[in-house]
Design a protein. Structure first.
Length: 70
């Protein structure tokens, strides 16, 4: 999903994604690669950021775009 939405992100959203992705990992995922885990963490950070800003429509649009890429 993260790869599918990257071209759609604004520069601010991309910075939030990258900040979440590059956050120091306290634990390792058992059933995922490091790159997949980091992408998922960045996506979670972006969704949380949009939720806290109250940009629900944008958040849902990005989730829908990501799901359509699967």
């Amino acid at each position: 999903m993260a790869d599918g939405i990257l071209p759609l992100l604004s520069s601010e959203e991309e910075q939030v994604f990258k900040r979440g992705r590059n956050a120091k990992m306290a634990t390792m995922a058992k059933n995922a690669t490091v790159s997949d885990y980091k992408k998922a963490t960045g996506f979670e950070a972006l969704v949380g950021y949009l939720y806290l800003k109250g940009e629900y429509e944008r958040m849902l649009a990005l989730i829908a775009a990501g799901l359509s890429c699967l």
